[in-house]
Ligand binder design. Structure first.
Ligand code: MG
Length: 450
């Protein structure tokens, strides 16, 4: 069947793929599936108003009542849906993509991202155009609804020890990438008594500060400011504020799997053990930290909704992804940048500087590559890779993960591009490169120089 939702909802360049017409029909399809009351929010992109109006028209045309929350971080919309007992939510965002993109994401009635089976149901309605028939009497209305960000902020504060954080008065440099996090996170830092310096914390849909993906290249200003001011912590959020990346007190960029390891160890220790859920692509350092704290790791396929649902199923104490998407089950089952920031602030207030906590996390070297492969050859190539490495331990939870002496390689087909993403981890740089080269060579041989 034709697909509408990619790994992160429906996404594309505005007024090309992501047109008002498409948004209208996606709104009609989601509304036909959900019915009842649906919360709607946007991030701060320039196309937010256009797409909000179109999705809203689609939802009301099939009889839904729309609660328009205005601009919100994605996790704030998700929290509102969770506590409101409504049918679901729709978030208009393209997360960390360049400003010309926008997207539409459906949120389930419990506030989690839609599982794939439900997205397929919405896709069936969309492609067959079997929208709910509604006459003039039963079209829905739009109710502007304020305060979602306030409920959300209070919920985040309730999850951390405000007293410990206020006493510590840590200095924090916060970079919201001109995204929707600007609405909530500076206020949270103030409430927590942190000495905050804000950078790019004015919402601006062209992302003038830097591109909204929190990569090391994009965070030069944040890193300099942490160093210059001798700050205790730097925090960077992506455009819709579901992911947070940290800079330590020495002004060093902290890769997402290392901050995941630090927080995971604390969550396990607080709970006296327990399960941490993370995708197969996550660094071994997370499992090392979790096991040392008395917990265990369960691996899943890549994708935040998959991690979140596995966490619910197994009663996990924590979970997350290597890209800075951390999920705190006591708060809500979705990635949450403000919650991650508040928890990290609590951790450094109680346990000491982030740099010393990171020093206890084992280091591995990661090699990330992309290899071209046409979509229609991906499965055949993966099967051949399994055969080529038949003498090693091979895991097929997601793509192909091959465990070698001293490291592992994961070859995953991208859901959106004709490429494989190849992640290799080794205990040192030489090992990672050697294993990655070996995998790349194998894939190229199988593809016959394609
Ligand atoms: Mg995001």
């Amino acid at each position: 069947m034709e697909r509408l939702f990619g790994t992160n909802g429906v996404r594309g360049v505005v007024n090309e793929y992501m047109s008002a017409q498409l948004a209208l029909d996606v709104g009609r399809a989601i509304g036909s599936y959900m019915g009842g009351k649906v919360a709607l929010a946007t991030d701060c992109r320039t196309s937010a108003d256009m797409l909000r109006a179109a999705v809203s028209a689609g939802l009301t045309s099939v009889g839904c009542e729309v609660l328009d929350l205005g601009m919100q971080p994605t996790p704030s919309l998700q929290y509102f849906v969770k506590i409101s007992g409504i049918s679901g939510g729709v978030m208009i965002t393209a997360s960390h993509n360049p400003p010309e993109f926008n997207g539409i994401k459906a949120v389930d009635s419990d506030g989690t991202e839609m599982p794939r089976e439900k997205e397929e149901e919405i896709e069936r309605i969309f492609f067959s155009r079997s929208f709910t028939g509604t006459d003039w009497r039963s079209v829905g209305s739009v109710r502007p609804t304020s305060g979602a960000d306030a409920y959300y902020s209070r919920a985040v504060l309730s999850q951390v020890d405000e007293g410990e954080i206020s006493n510590r008065k840590a200095s924090v440099v916060l970079d919201c990438a001109n995204g929707a996090g600007s609405l909530v996170s500076p206020g949270l830092l103030r409430r927590l008594g942190a000495r905050a310096i804000t950078l790019n914390c004015n919402p601006e849909g062209t992302f003038p500060g830097h591109p909204s993906e929190p990569t090391p290249d994009n965070l030069g200003d944040l890193i300099s400011l942490v160093r210059e001011r001798g700050a205790d912590l730097g925090v960077a959020q992506d455009g819709d504020a579901d992911r947070a990346i940290f800079v330590d007190d020495k002004g060093r960029y902290v890769y997402g799997d290392r901050s995941l390891a630090v927080v995971a160890a604390v969550m396990v220790a607080e709970n006296g053990g327990g399960v941490v859920v993370t995708p197969v692509s996550t660094s071994q350092c997370v499992e090392d930290a979790v096991v040392a704290a008395g917990g265990e790791v369960i691996y899943t396929r890549v994708g935040a909704p998959i991690v979140a649902r596995k966490m619910m199923e197994v009663g996990a104490v924590f979970g997350g992804e290597e890209n800075g998407g951390l999920i705190f089950p006591g708060h809500q089952f979705c990635r949450d940048a403000a919650m991650s920031m508040a928890k990290m602030l609590e951790i450094i207030s109680i346990e000491g500087p982030l740099s010393s906590l990171l020093a206890k996390v084992p280091s591995y070297c990661l090699d990330k590559r992309k290899l071209h492969c046409p979509d229609d050859r991906k499965e055949e190539v993966l099967r051949a890779v399994c055969e080529a490495f038949a003498s090693e331990r091979v895991d097929r939870t997601d793509g192909v993960k091959v465990f070698f002496e001293g490291g592992w390689t994961l070859i995953r087909p991208s859901g959106t591009e004709p490429i494989f993403r190849v992640y290799t981890e080794g205990r040192d740089e030489g090992t990672a490169k050697r294993l990655a080269d070996e995998c790349e060579r194998t894939v190229r041989e199988i593809m016959g120089g394609d």
